[in-house]
Design a protein around this ligand. Structure first.
Ligand code: DX5
Ligand code: ZN
Length: 223
């Protein structure tokens, strides 16, 4: 059974498998989930919305088979409404789309919700926070991108923290605020202090030799 992370308000640490060793993905997933990570973030890229290609429904389905944890899919793709259905059917529990990729964000959120998943909306660092306001009442999650999406291992952009702080004031207690990009032990606390609930981390977990220590180093900043 999938544990629903919306039932807790405790900060959640989500390894992004983008930095995992794909040749042994099952073992990589086991390792982080048995060493303190809360659930997984799946970065889907189409080589069009972002200049990189990662994976699609077959890999989501393979991940679904090896874990019961909540699967949070971040669609960095040009047609999120079209692909939300196969990604959801493959086993994603939550689906986040980019506001830059759709014409009507409120309508996109409503359509994606029809597939039975939680819905998130996100925006690139250069996109004004007001762009997501028309969709806010239709989403469960707001994701603040703290790097230009496309690659793991980039430098955290502290200027996006102002957007996080601003949007947090508009969220209800049922909604969650997430941050993604360049999160490390030396900046995670600043994000937490402005109201972030969920922290996506790829290189600062999978790029470290001891994942247990890496997750503990992040978690101890959140107390
Ligand atoms: C960025 C992806 C992120 C990325 C984070 O395009 O959406 O989820 O994998 O990687 P790190 O934590 O290394 O910045
Ligand atoms: Zn992501």
């Amino acid at each position: 059974m999938t544990t629903n992370p919306y039932t807790t308000t405790r900060p959640q640490i989500l390894p992004s498998i983008l930095s995992a060793d794909f040749a042994k993905l099952g073992a990589e997933i086991d390792e982080v989930l048995s060493n303190g990570a809360d659930f997984l973030h799946l970065d889907v890229m189409d080589g069009h919305f972002v200049p990189n290609i990662s994976f699609g429904p077959p890999v989501v389905e393979a991940v679904r088979k090896v874990t019961n944890c909540y699967l949070d899919a971040h669609l960095m793709i040009s047609d999120p409404v079209r692909y939300a259905e196969p990604i959801s059917a493959a086993g994603a529990d939550g689906i986040t789309f980019h506001v830059e990729a759709v014409e009507n964000p409120a309508e996109a959120a409503k359509q994606i919700a029809r597939f039975g998943c939680q819905v998130g909306i996100t925006l690139n660092p250069a996109t004004p926070i007001e762009s997501i306001y028309p969709a806010l009442e239709h989403v469960d999650l707001v994701l603040i991108m703290s790097v230009v999406p496309g690659f793991s291992g980039q430098q955290f952009m502290p200027e996006v923290l102002a957007k996080a702080e601003t949007v947090k004031k508009r969220l209800t207690g049922a909604q969650r605020l997430q941050i993604d990009g360049g999160i490390k032990p030396d900046n995670i606390r600043r994000a937490w202090e402005v109201g972030v609930d969920w922290f996506v981390v790829a290189s600062a977990i999978f790029g470290e030799p001891d994942r247990s220590v890496a997750i503990a180093d992040l978690r101890k900043e959140l107390t």
